[in-house]
Design a protein around this ligand. Structure first.
Ligand SMILES: CC(C)(COP(=O)(O)OP(=O)(O)OC[C@H]1O[C@@H](n2cnc3c(N)ncnc32)[C@H](O)[C@@H]1OP(=O)(O)O)[C@@H](O)C(=O)NCCC(=O)NCCS
Length: 159
């Protein structure tokens, strides 16, 4: 299977949100309530598209392609030593796309002189990050944009 990872282009914000939503609805819904899912999905409103385009946190964003088709997205925030996002749409799942995104994020982090990454993993993604060498630091909650608390796992890895 042919998996490649490349930078997200500026004109691909809608694609980023589409993959984000399909990954959540298709692969995470079994672990979360409807309110969690609706608060987690980022609808492609003009405001959200503008916010993502503005990219205040300076996320470095990636796309994973499977046989040339975009199926995954990922993001790194260097200033926060944070692996911000890894999402793979259902048709690309369990084919190494998520791992390829994490490898590219870690490589980029090392290129930026980072020696450690932390992240907030969704409950469904914990075994994925454990398989890639991340340790559980804390079981906690984040507050979603709809004010709903969502259970997550803070994890970290020395690079
Ligand atoms: C978590 C996610 C990114 C994994 O992507 P993926 O492309 O399927 O992952 P990979 O194929 O690279 O999996 C690598 C290894 O991780 C582990 N793994 C991945 N998904 C797993 C799952 N659902 N359950 C248990 N282990 C899993 C396995 O060890 C797997 O190796 P294997 O397939 O040879 O057994 C994907 O399931 C997803 O997008 N989920 C919904 C969105 C989400 O929760 N993202 C994370 C936000 S923090």
């Amino acid at each position: 299977m042919r998996v490649t990872v490349r930078p997200l282009r500026d004109d691909e914000i809608s694609l980023y949100l589409e993959i984000h939503e399909r990954a959540i609805r298709g692969l995470a819904a079994s672990h979360y309530s409807r309110a969690d899912i609706e608060g987690w999905v980022v609808p492609a409103t003009d405001e959200n598209l503008r916010r993502l385009t503005r990219n205040a946190d300076r996320e470095i964003r990636f796309v994973a392609e499977l046989h040339g088709n975009p199926v995954g997205i990922g993001a790194l925030v260097v200033e926060k030593s944070e692996l911000r996002a890894v999402y793979v749409a259902p048709e690309g799942a369990r084919r190494g796309c998520g791992s390829a995104l994490v490898r590219e994020i870690e490589r980029t982090a090392r290129d930026n002189k980072l020696t450690r990454l932390t992240l907030h993993a969704s409950l469904n993604a914990e075994p994925f990050y454990v398989a890639l060498g991340y340790d559980v630091l804390e079981r906690t909650e984040v507050v979603l944009p709809n004010d709903h608390p969502m259970a997550v796992v803070r994890m970290g890895k020395n690079l």
